[in-house]
Write a protein that binds this ligand. Sequence first.
Ligand SMILES: C[S@@+](CC[C@H](N)C(=O)[O-])C[C@H]1O[C@@H](n2cnc3c(N)ncnc32)[C@H](O)[C@@H]1O
Length: 246
Amino acid sequence: MGDGVSGAAGEALAGAVPSPNTWATPDVYEQENLGADPDGVVDAAVRDLLGPTGWAGLRVLDVGCGAGFHLPRFAAPPGAAATVTGVEPHAGLLERARRRTQDLAGVRVLAGTAQALPLPDASVDVVHARWAYFFGPGCEPGLAEVERVLAPGGTAVVVDHDATRSTFGAWFRRGLPRYDAAAVERFWARRGFTRLPLLVRWSLPDRAAFEAVVRIELPPAVADAALAEHPGAELDHAVNLFWRRA
Ligand SMILES: C[S@@+](CC[C@H](N)C(=O)[O-])C[C@H]1O[C@@H](n2cnc3c(N)ncnc32)[C@H](O)[C@@H]1O
């Protein structure tokens, strides 16, 4: 992959937002996905806002699908999506997502970015992006692509941290002191998205796994301080789900 972002963590297409947590440490990130939201609060909220049958029978696109953690959930019966497409710019993660889903009917993973989705106009019913590219101001090119690929009546769903609430939110702010959560919320409201605030819990199998996950999410000094003040392997994490019907 030329013209992209390269480094020790592998190569990604041009336009990719560097994602050191999952590019450099995909196994720890897998552990994070397994331990974050064991109650399925986010998935349930996404399903509910789509209507009584959730994503059943719909064409679902997961933008920035990473190693494809969420793809099998969309494809799982009962209530399986008609088709599931993951789009991912990082070569190593794309390969992981393809391996994860190779035996699942109706699931495919394509190389691409949010800014240039490799899909025809009006070809999906749900666009889902979780912790990927759509972080507020600056993601306008991707939003234009979301508009293009969504069929009439389709739904866009963006899952991101809510830095204003929860223990994780406080840690996130310490790590990114100039992050303007209010500006991010205003950005989504201006674009017609509804905010659904959620609260999830992390539950990691042991302290070592918890520490490893915290360390890929925060700068080293912030992680040291956070871990020193927080015992155990559980955490509360506030999440914003922003959604809009096309
Ligand atoms: C933190 S990971 C989240 C992965 C996945 N959504 C999940 O929840 O497991 C962010 C992902 O977004 C991808 N990404 C970065 N820039 C992107 C872009 N411009 N368009 C689409 N995806 C992008 C990264 O390569 C990475 O896989």
